[in-house]
Design a protein around this ligand. Structure first.
Ligand code: PNS
Length: 165
């Protein structure tokens, strides 16, 4: 598996400015970057996977990021199986706080045992340190303005009520 090919996996429900910051940084570090919308059975989703992929694609385009980013999805099987399929040797995760370290460390260790894949943690801009998809879901669901926390296309999408909540 190649250390020049990386995967940024996540629920992205919805994508936030923090996610976009990590994607932008990772895209500058690797030759090929897969942004992978993964079904997390532990979380009840607000948006279908297809909407999350479309929003990621629009946000990445809006941001003017380089052309080495591929948006994909994975809903059956292990994350490392996808990484093997695309020959990726690295997983990239954003770390906002000690809480994220505690959440991500066991997954990184399990993934390394499963496939000898390395997990690289990137620190997002502190401006995004307190932004989470779950807070955005809550604020949007209660009719609040989420535009300071999400890319423009995501704010517009949530504002139209297209999410059906
Ligand atoms: O954005 P999230 O919900 O915190 O992302 C978590 C995710 C989807 C990356 C994680 O749940 C995952 O990797 N799921 C795939 C299933 C898997 O491979 N599990 C075993 C190793 S942790």
């Amino acid at each position: 598996m190649s250390n020049r090919i990386a995967v940024v996996p996540g629920s992205f429900d919805p994508p936030t400015l923090g996610h976009l910051d990590v994607i932008r940084r990772a895209a500058s570090l690797y030759d090929e970057l897969h942004v992978l919308v993964v079904h997390n059975p532990g979380k009840e989703a607000m948006l279908p996977i297809s909407d999350r992929m479309n929003l990621l694609e629009q946000s990445i385009k809006e941001d003017g990021m380089p052309g080495n980013i591929i948006v994909g999805s994975w809903s059956v099987g292990l994350l490392v199986d996808y990484a093997r399929d695309v020959n990726a040797g690295v997983l990239v995760k954003g770390i906002r706080s000690q809480v994220d370290v505690a959440y991500e460390t066991p997954m990184a260790i399990v993934n390394r045992h499963l496939a000898e894949i390395e997990t690289v943690f990137l620190l997002p801009d502190p401006a995004h340190a307190l932004v989470s998809s779950s807070l955005v879901r809550q604020v949007a669901g209660l009719g609040g303005d989420v535009s300071p926390f999400v890319p423009r296309s995501v704010a517009a999408f949530l504002d139209t009520g297209a999410r059906g909540i």
